[in-house]
Design a protein around this ligand. Structure first.
Ligand code: MN
Length: 233
């Protein structure tokens, strides 16, 4: 590649998430873990613990920083999944537990929006999950709280409210794979890099969203992730 060549179309801007207190966190990739709370695995009809974590991804520009998510095209069954999101400030491959902790810039509350109808079809067909998980605006996320301000997240509780009614409520301590274990496992598959976000899975209580619904995801002292579902995009 000749680096003096000019781009033939305008290069896309860097997706970013707000940091509590000021500044923007540039998003490089979005990794997600599936089946990370036993009660959610059960409600989805699966077995309690699989041998290895299930990972999937969303494009970086799936992050939603605004407060309205257009109802996505091509689905009749849009689900919320309230999740703790980990933001990485440094990277690595095959990291150990001490290194995994050092890599964390901060934490946010986020929502792994899911086209559940596409996911069910993909599971049945043994096909990929991309259209179920990686669509436009599929990753609403609140402000990131820096790790030194957030403290020990493992003692926090996650709640998801839809139209002020509680739908999900679970301690983060009930995750099957802890945050350091998720980072360690991902680093055996990918060279993690600064700017990577990791959605850490959802507890039981997932459900469908309709146009006009208001979603709030609360995790300990993290800034809330709040958004509403707008008209069809
Ligand atoms: Mn999820």
């Amino acid at each position: 590649m000749n680096l003096n060549d000019e781009f033939v179309i305008a290069p896309p801007s860097t997706p970013a998430v707000r940091v509590h207190g000021g500044g923007l966190f540039p998003v490089r990739r979005i990794f997600c873990i599936g089946k990370n709370y036993a009660d959610h695995v059960k409600e989805m009809g699966g077995d309690a613990k699989s041998d290895a974590p299930v990972f999937f991804a969303k494009p970086a520009d799936a992050v939603v920083v605004g407060d309205v998510v257009a109802f996505p095209q091509a689905t009749d069954n849009l689900h919320y999944e309230g999740e703790l999101v980990v933001a990485l400030k440094s990277g690595g491959r095959d990291v150990d537990v001490a290194r995994a902790a050092e890599m964390i810039f901060g934490y946010a509350a986020g929502c792994d929006l899911t086209r559940r109808d596409h996911q069910a079809a993909a599971k049945k067909a043994g096909g990929p999950w991309d259209t179920a998980k990686g669509f436009d605006q599929s990753a609403p996320i609140g402000e990131i709280l820096r790790a030194d301000e957030a403290g020990d997240m493992s003692a926090a509780r996650l709640s998801t409210l839809v139209n002020d009614e509680q739908r999900q409520s679970a301690p983060l301590s009930t995750m099957i794979w802890s945050v350091p274990e998720i980072i360690i496992a991902l680093s055996k598959l990918f060279a993690l890099r600064p700017g990577d976000l990791i959605f850490t899975g959802t507890p039981a209580g997932v459900g469908a969203l309709a146009q006009g619904d208001r979603v709030a995801i609360k995790i300990g002292d993290l800034p809330e992730c709040r958004f509403s579902i707008g008209a069809h995009g």
